[in-house]
Design a protein around this ligand. Sequence first.
Ligand code: SF4
Length: 227
Amino acid sequence: MSSPDPRKAADLLERIRSQVETLAPPVAAFEKGIRDTPFRVLISVLLSSRTRDPVTLAASTRLFSLAADPETMARLNREQVEGAIFPVGFYRRKALRILEISRSLTGMDGRVPEDVDTLMSLPGVGRKTANLVRSLAFGIPEVAVDIHVFRISRRLGWSLGKTPGDVETDLKRLFPQELWNRINRVLVGFGQTLCLPRRPRCAECAIHTECAWYKALKESSSTQESC
Ligand code: SF4
């Protein structure tokens, strides 16, 4: 496969964005609902792993009605946190993490750090979460690679990376910095509505004629038909 063309990639991203906007993906309401403080962004992103966005948003709203800052959150007990965030996936483990993070932040004057290494030094915070917090809470250009960004970047031929870190590096090379913060939002919405993990809705996709994955699928089905 030849190297992806940066101008074509930017054009495809824009066309995906304009189609996804008409479909009101769950991620749009989720991001809008959690952006009030960097602490809420951090905790909500942590809650969101393996959980649907509407469930995460409701859990985050219940939790932040009990405690909206690290000091207050650190004073809650584990059962209170679990009760507020249930039924998010792994809610028991996440409740522990939330309390650990809140205690750590209390020792940092209650402020969420912007620096990626300090963010990643917090319990349970990996690179994807750190990048999302930097992007959503602080507006720092970042590319957060989650399962949707990983899958779609590979389908479109933007990256052949085998790890999220490889894909992040490829996307940062391919797109100008001013588009980095758009990539996660657009591709997550796209992955929730059209470019689904299984059975993507390719016939409705505005860019299907330019999708490497769709072309390969068509070629392999026409080869099978001619055999
Ligand atoms: S054509 Fe299908 S696989 Fe390709 S980007 Fe569109 S929905 Fe995804």
